[in-house]
Design a protein around this ligand. Structure first.
Ligand code: GDD
Ligand code: MN
Length: 414
C-alpha cells in the first residue's frame, strides 16, 4: 500500500481495497491505536458536514471519550465539502479528512477510509443525517456483546423509513428479493442488506480483497469477510434536510452487477452454507399448512359455486375460496410454522403487517405458478399435470423462502 501525502489532508491509499489486520503506521504524532473508527463518505454534503461532525462527536464523546476517530472521505466534491470538513479539524481533533481525486464511488470511499483507520472496530455512516446518530451507541453495544458485525436495519422492531413513496419502497424491497434469489447465502443473513450504516471488527475483514461496485459495501463485507455473529438494531431512515441523494438508475444496474459478481466468486461457499442452514422442519410444516389450504380452497369452492349449494359464479367463488385459504394458511403458519418468531411480535399491528406481507407474497407466488406452468408445458414436458407439479413446487419454495425472510423474521443476534 503506497501512501502519497498531500498537504495536511489524509493521504489516499492506492492498490487493492484491502484492510490490514493491524492499524497502519500513520504519520501523525499520536499514533496509538483506538477502539472505533467511523467513516463518513461524502459527496456534495457541504451543508450537512458541520452538523454531522458536531452531533457524532457529542454522541461519541459521551460514550467512548477519546477512544474514537471520525474520517471524512470526500470525492473532491465541487461544493468543497472536503475543505469545510478540514476547517473543522481544529475544533474537532478526532476528525481527519481525505480528499480523493483519482477514484470515485461510495463503496471504495468507505474502504479507503478503513485502510487509514486506526480503530479495532470499523464503521460507516452517511454524511447527510439520514442515519440517526444515537443508534451508534446501540451498535457499539452489540459489538461489545460479541457481534462481529452490527448493522442498523430498517426492517426490525423500531425500524422503518420516514416518508418513502410506494414506488421507492417497492424498488427497495424488489432489490432485496432479487438479491435473495441471486445470493441467498449473503442477503439471507441480514434483514436489511441495503443498509449503509454498520460496523465490523477489523479482524473480520482483514486480508480480504473487497471489490465493490457501486453502493452496497455491506454485501461485500458479509460475502467476502469472515463474519460469524451479526447484531441488528432498528432505525428510522430520516428525510434529508440538506443536499440531495446521489442514487440514480445506474445504482440499480451496479447493484445487479455486484450481486452476480459476488455470486460467481463466492458461489460454492455460499451454496454449502445455504444447504447446511436450510430450515427443513420449518419447510415441512409450511408444506403441510399449504395442503390444509388446498383443502379449504376445494371445500369452499364447492360450497360457494356448486349448483346444489349456493351456485355463485365460479370466478367469484374461487376468489373467496382462494383468499380464505390464504387466511387459513397465515393463521397456521403464524401459530405453528413460525411460532418462535410470532410469539415475540404479538401486537395486533405486527400480526396485521405479517398478514399483508404474506398475502402479497402468496399472490406473487400464484403468478409465478402460472408462468412456470406455461414455461414447462411449452418448452419442457408436454404433460399439464407434471408441469403443474413442478410449478407448484417452485411456487412453494418461493412462498416459503420469501415469507421466511420478509414476513417472519428472526431479529435477534445469533
Ligand atoms: N465519497 C463518496 N463518493 N461519497 C458518496 C458518493 C461517492 O461517490 N455517493 C454518495 N456518497 C455519500 C453521500 O454524500 C452520503 O453521505 C452517503 O454517501 C449516502 O448517499 P445518498 O446519496 O444520500 O444515499 P441515499 O440516502 O439515497 O441512500 C442511502 O440509503 C441506503 C438505505 O437504503 C445509502 O446511504 C445507503 O448507504 C443506505 O443503506
Ligand atoms: Mn442519503
Amino acid at each position: 500500500m503506497n501512501i502519497n501525502t498531500t498537504n495536511e489532508l489524509l493521504a489516499v491509499p492506492t492498490g487493492p481495497l484491502q484492510v490490514s489486520d493491524v492499524p497502519p503506521n500513520s504519520v501523525d504524532t499520536d499514533d496509538q491505536d483506538i477502539y472505533f473508527s467511523l467513516i463518513i463518505p461524502t459527496y456534495k454534503e457541504r451543508d450537512n458536514i458541520q452538523n454531522v461532525v458536531r452531533i457524532l462527536s457529542q454522541t461519541l464523546d459521551e460514550f467512548i471519550p477519546g477512544d474514537y476517530e471520525l474520517i471524512v472521505v470526500d470525492d473532491d466534491s465541487p461544493d468543497l465539502t472536503w475543505e469545510v470538513a478540514q476547517s473543522l479539524t481544529e475544533e474537532y481533533p478526532q476528525l481527519r479528512v481525505m480528499r480523493r481525486q483519482q477514484e470515485r464511488g461510495l463503496s471504495s470511499a468507505v474502504v479507503r477510509g478503513w485502510q487509514v483507520a486506526r480503530g479495532r472496530i470499523l464503521g460507516v455512516i452517511d454524511g447527510d443525517l439520514q442515519h440517526p446518530p444515537e443508534v451508534l451507541t446501540q451498535l457499539l453495544t452489540k459489538m461489545s456483546e460479541g457481534a462481529d458485525l452490527a448493522l442498523a436495519s430498517r426492517h426490525v422492531d423500531g425500524g422503518g423509513v420516514s416518508s418513502w413513496s410506494v414506488v421507492r419502497r417497492f424498488l427497495s424491497r424488489g432489490a432485496q428479493v432479487l438479491g435473495l434469489v441471486i445470493l441467498p447465502g449473503v442477503l439471507g443473513r441480514v434483514s436489511d442488506p441495503m443498509s449503509g450504516y454498520f460496523m465490523v471488527r477489523r479482524s473480520s475483514i482483514a486480508g480480504a480483497t473487497l471489490n465493490p461496485v457501486g453502493y452496497k459495501i455491506l454485501l461485500e463485507v458479509i460475502g467476502r469477510g469472515n463474519v460469524r455473529n451479526i447484531g441488528e438494531v432498528g432505525y428510522v431512515f430520516c428525510e434529508r434536510q440538506q443536499g440531495e441523494s446521489k442514487v440514480t438508475w445506474k445504482q440499480y444496474i451496479d447493484y445487479i452487477h455486484h450481486l452476480v459478481r459476488l455470486r460467481l466468486s463466492t458461489g460454492r461457499v455460499g451454496r454449502v452454507k445455504q444447504r447446511i442452514n436450510f430450515p427443513l422442519d420449518r419447510f415441512v410444516r409450511f408444506g403441510l399448512v399449504g395442503l390444509s389450504g388446498v383443502f379449504v380452497d376445494m371445500v369452499l369452492l364447492y360450497l360457494l359455486s356448486d349448483p346444489s349449494t349456493l351456485g355463485l359464479p365460479v370466478t367469484l367463488s374461487k376468489l373467496i375460496a382462494g383468499e380464505t385459504a390464504i387466511f387459513n394458511n397465515f393463521l397456521w403458519n403464524d401459530a405453528w410454522t413460525f411460532a418462535d418468531v410470532s410469539t415475540r411480535q404479538q401486537e395486533w399491528h405486527q400480526r396485521l403487517k405479517r398478514f399483508v406481507k404474506f398475502n402479497v407474497i402468496c399472490l406473487a407466488g400464484l403468478l409465478l405458478n402460472v408462468v412456470v406452468l406455461q414455461l414447462v408445458l411449452n418448452f419442457l414436458i408436454p404433460n399439464r399435470y407434471i408441469a403443474n407439479l413442478i410449478a407448484i413446487a417452485v411456487a412453494t419454495i418461493w412462498n416459503f423462502w420469501v415469507n421466511l425472510k420478509l414476513s417472519w423474521r428472526v431479529t435477534d443476534v445469533k
